[in-house]
Ligand binder design. Sequence first.
Ligand code: UTP
Ligand code: MG
Length: 606
Amino acid sequence: MSTVVKGDAGAAVIEHPLRALWSRQRRYRGRFRAAVLASTINKIADVAPEILIGVAIDVVVRGQDSWAASLLGVESRYAQLAWLAAINVVVWIIESLSEYVAAVLWRGLSQGVEHDLRVEAYDHAQHLDLGWHEARPRGTTLATLNDDVNQLERFLDIGVPAILQTILNVLLVGLVFAAASMQLTLLAFLPIPLIIAGSLLFQRRLEPLYVRVRSAVADLSGALQANLAGIATIKAFTAEERERERIEQVSGAYRRANEAAIRSSAAFVPLVRVAILAGFTCTLLFGGWAALNGTIEVGLYSVLVFMTQRLLWPLTDVAEVLDLYQRGRASTARILGLLNEPIEVPQGDRSLAKPVAGRVEIEQVRAGYADGPDVLHGIDMVVPAGETHAIVGSTGAGKSSLLRLILRFDDPRGGRVLLDGVDVRDLDWDSLRGSMGYVAQDIYLFAGTIAENIAYGRPNATREQIIAAARAAAAADFIEVLPGAYDATVGENGVTLSGGQRQRIALARALLREPAVLVLDEATSAVDNETEAAIQKSLRRAGERCTTIVVAHRLSTVRHAHRIWVLDGGRVTEAGTHDELVAAGGSYAALWAVQTGEPEPERASV
Ligand code: UTP
Ligand code: MG
């Protein structure tokens, strides 16, 4: 089992990533074993021709006394050679076939693991709470889902078969050597412990380097993603030069991390070569002497010389394989780290009886972000089912934070939030978020048509329902004149909509859901007064069916609410109807006076 420790960045660190991967991807084990088998057959067939060369030389040199003669029971040299040729053809066919099968199996295995892990990691990421996503650059998560998964695929496709080949090589060649002469085996294998020791040493040196490479990739991807998202701001502030330098720096850090890793892994190759040369020279010299003395046959000598070549030269690839291994390991650690991130806001298991009435209660709620101080200090609020309540207050007062708690994007630090009398922590997502229509303060439209965007929360809505929702959100008029109308594409690479138009599409999206609770965070802040009045009218109509909680700065938006809650510094300072609050002459009254341009009663008298 893998052990999970919390790293300094707060991300889970996996001790034995590849072992953890093995115990996790159970369904690929069968395919893995089949691939290992195919590679093994391939390797055996691959080594066989060298042995056949030796046997052929032996036939020519020793004739009737050759191994082939005793093995095949054929006396004529010509017939023996013909047999060898036939065997060679069979071996060649087996080699080619097994090579094909092995390639297909390894490729299929790596692609399958890549696909599964990517989808699984994405799904896990989307279930992680909003706070988790907000706490790190989006590009970092993107790098894991993209680059790291690709890196792992490369390792499985190229690295693992290469490791296997090397091991099989050593084993098979070792067997042939051992059968021939123990003394020569020792000589030829002399370099191997050296190479293994060197590999382990290098691996230890390389590991931190590749961890650094992977995190540099994540930084780079994060910076690029953030810059592309903020391209308008970069242009508006003519910050191109500065940003180019910044990206150059981040990219440079990636390059340096990679260079450091490559410098180390490249130094390994010459070391291996020296060791190989020693082994090869020993076989050449001492094997030759042994053949001259008649201790070993000429055929065997030639096999041994070929074999040493075959044994030792592929070991130069060990460095490259080690490189792939370390990269694969670092990437696997990041992917599994993401998969091991605990879901801090898991859904409950209670469901509400439908239709949900929509009574929202907030009891003594304290809340804050990450390790920061509280931004809400003991909020008490009741919104009876079917009523429209407004939350107003200066910027930063905690209005959006309060709405997030109702949708349970975060859990409160103290107190509780209830929907129809049930703590939202106990509800499943369908009962809780399924009964909500939410328009966030910053609107997000998906790449797709207007109709798809409006129907996002109710994918099987009919065209009539979509149009009705668009009408209610006062969006129908501008949609109808767009080229393609409801089928016009918006979002990334689509038509660009104005802020107010986007807001109205988001509002239509929320209304189409016919939610029990409509939660609007500055949903009409960007539309003109006239449009807002139209929206108000349809909202009041929709509001007859559902509970509405609306946050707004423009007080004309909220004056008809059943109750208005004034928030200041994370506390409710006033509450009541518009008329009550104006009459009370508190901060709401002051704000109302400013917005309507009427002299404030109190100050006017001063
Ligand atoms: P809010 O975002 O709840 O304020 O932030 P608000 O009332 O809706 O403000 P406007 O009207 O939209 O501008 C309340 C406090 O929580 C902090 C903010 O810094 C603010 O002081 N906050 C908000 C965080 O610390 N992290 C966040 O992700 C969001
Ligand atoms: Mg806000």
